[in-house]
Each structure stands twice: as structure tokens, then as C-alpha cells.
Design a protein around this ligand. Structure first.
Ligand SMILES: NC(=O)c1ccc[n+]([C@@H]2O[C@H](COP(=O)([O-])OP(=O)(O)OC[C@H]3O[C@@H](n4cnc5c(N)ncnc54)[C@H](OP(=O)(O)O)[C@@H]3O)[C@@H](O)[C@H]2O)c1
Length: 284
């Protein structure tokens, strides 16, 4: 099967390049990023999708803070372009695998969100991501929408790399302990997508995927420091000590039961995957 990957220079896209050579050697991959295929260009998307059996959309406007001032652009990339991909998938009879976010939820739940939990986005990024999901579902194309959370990898910008850089130059750091969720190693999410691509006629719908377990950003930072052997002292603080235009969900733990059972996945615990990623980043 021919598989078109969009946004393939990002964190997840880079991990899809690895999956293509490991888990999914039976498929032919076409990797694109904005220079080869701008997904906001509907005609170009239709053309690029000709003959494909599946599309994996790793492209997105992902800057949560900047989206507050650029909601139109974020909407064009996260929602209108998702509709472009859906229209092309429908025209080809292809499966569209699209990534969404835990931020579609308000975060006022006390138990993990499942796929039927009502979304309630708190900010511009989350609104545009939810609109993207809705456009895909309304299109009637074959789709798998995976909401993920707190993505990090050896590629691009992410919390793990930011913490390692700060820890290298500072003796102490404050990190918020009042936002709780689950990190996701982009390599694990890409492996799950590879499994779905290898599944004949995969069950369509919305799924949740993060690593297993629960932590606050503070717990995550402490683990990063410990695994990297950093002497930097990490202290817990409240979110209001870091004023932001965006209110982030205080609790965004995702229930992964559906994707685990549907695709028979073994999902690693966040700490085990973090250990692997830190080893790669610090070449331990
Ligand atoms: N990062 C997170 O913490 C997180 C959490 C939950 C869900 N997600 C979702 O997971 C998915 C993958 O995230 P990620 O962290 O891998 O994203 P990323 O690293 O920001 O990569 C996104 C890629 O898309 C490209 N892109 C932007 N606009 C485009 C366009 N019009 N056409 C084609 N490509 C375009 C970007 O290029 P430029 O860099 O040049 O803009 C970048 O290479 C996204 O759907 C995101 O919303 C992310």
C-alpha cells in the first residue's frame, strides 16, 4: 500500500520515517513536509493523494501559546487542511490517520478521559484541533483519529529537551505540579500508527493514545533530571507562577483501553520510554 505522510519533519513525522524502515517495510511511503506539500493547498493535497491507500497527517500548528494570537492560521492548518486531507482520502477511498490532542478536554475531570467524554477546549489551539476532528468525521472518509498528549522525542522542540538545556545551565528550576497528564514518546505513538497501517481494514473512529501512567510536569521534570544524572534541583510550583495567555487542562489523563484492545497494543509506561529517549539524547 502507498502511504502519504504529511508534516514529516516534525517530531512524530520523523518517527514515522523510522517506522517505515522497521515495522512497515511492506508499504511504500511518501514523506512530505510543507516544502513538498502544504496541506492548506486543497488542490495539491488531492493531487498528492492520488493512488494512496492511507495518509498519516503529522502536520499541525502546534504552538499552543502563539495560537492565541494566530487562531486564523492555526485554524487553516489544524482544521481547514484536515478537511482537505479528508476530502482527498474520500476521493481515493484511502484511510486517513490524523492526530489530535488531550487539550480538546477542559481538564476538570477527576478520572481518565475516554473517547466518549464531551470535549470542551479551553484555548485557540484546542478549538482548532477539535474543529479538525469534526471536519474529518463530517467528511465521511475512512478515518482513525488519535488524540495524544505531551509529545516528546529526540527531534524538534519539546519539554524533555527544554528541561535538559535548562538543567545544564541552572542549579535550580521551578516546574508546575498542578497540571497532571501522561507524556507520550513520539516513537511509541509512531509504532502504534505502524500497527494500525499493518492492520487489514482497521476499525475506524476516535482513539486515545499516550504512554501509560500519570504524572505532573514537576514529576516529569524530576524524572528527566534523575535519568540524565543532573544535579539541578527541581521544585514544584503552581501554574499561576508562570502567567500564560492559555489555560491548560489541569487534568488530561487519557483512557487508552480502546486502542489497546482494538489493536492489541502493549503501551509502555511513561518512565520506561523516557529512559530510552534520555539515553538517546545523552548517548548513555
Ligand atoms: N507536541 C505535543 O505535545 C502534542 C500533544 C498532543 C497532540 N499533538 C499532535 O500530534 C501531532 C504531531 O505533533 P508534533 O509535535 O510531531 O508536531 P511538530 O513537531 O510541530 O511537527 C509538525 C510539522 O508540520 C509541519 N507543518 C506546519 N504547517 C504545515 C502545512 N501547512 N503543511 C505541511 N506541513 C506543515 C511543521 O513544519 P514547521 O515546523 O515548518 O511549521 C512540522 O514539520 C500534531 O497533530 C499535534 O497537534 C502534539
Amino acid at each position: 500500500m502507498k502511504v502519504l505522510v504529511t508534516g514529516s519533519n516534525g517530531q512524530l513525522g520523523n518517527e514515522m520515517r523510522r517506522v517505515a524502515t522497521e515495522l512497515c517495510r511492506g508499504h511504500e511511503f511518501i514523506f512530505t513536509d510543507i516544502a513538498e506539500l502544504d496541506i492548506t493547498d486543497a488542490a495539491a493535497v488531492l493531487e498528492a493523494a492520488k493512488g494512496v491507500g492511507a495518509m498519516v497527517n503529522c502536520a499541525a500548528y502546534t504552538n499552543v501559546d502563539d495560537a492565541e494570537d494566530n487562531e486564523d492560521l492555526a485554524y487553516r492548518i489544524n482544521a481547514t487542511a484536515a478537511a482537505n486531507l479528508a476530502a482527498a482520502a474520500k476521493a481515493e477511498g484511502a484511510l486517513l490517520i490524523h492526530i489530535s490532542t488531550d487539550y480538546v478536554f477542559s481538564g476538570d475531570s477527576g478520572s481518565p478521559y475516554n473517547e466518549d467524554s464531551p470535549p470542551h477546549p479551553l484555548g485557540a489551539y484546542a478549538r482548532t484541533k477539535l474543529a479538525g476532528e469534526q471536519a474529518i468525521l463530517a467528511s465521511g472518509c475512512r478515518s482513525v483519529i488519535i488524540r495524544s498528549a505531551w509529545l516528546y522525542s529526540i527531534h524538534g522542540k519539546n519539554f524533555v529537551k527544554t528541561m535538559l538545556n535548562l538543567m545544564a545551565s541552572r542549579s535550580s528550576l521551578n516546574v508546575v505540579f498542578d497540571q497532571v497528564g501522561t507524556p507520550t514518546y513520539a516513537g511509541d505513538l509512531a509504532d502504534a500508527i505502524g500497527t494500525i497501517l499493518n492492520t487489514p481494514a482497521p476499525a475506524e473512529g476516535v482513539y486515545h493514545y499516550s504512554n501509560e501512567g500519570v504524572c505532573s510536569w514537576y514529576d516529569f521534570a524530576v524524572a528527566i533530571g534523575q535519568l540524565a544524572g543532573s544535579p539541578c534541583v527541581v521544585s514544584p510550583c503552581h501554574s499561576n507562577e508562570f502567567p500564560s495567555k492559555v489555560t491548560r487542562p489541569a487534568f488530561s489523563v487519557l483512557d487508552k483501553s480502546k486502542i489497546r484492545t482494538t489493536f492489541n497494543l502493549t503501551i509502555p509506561h511513561w518512565h520506561a520510554s523516557l529512559k530510552r529517549c534520555i539515553a538517546m539524547l545523552t548517548r548513555q
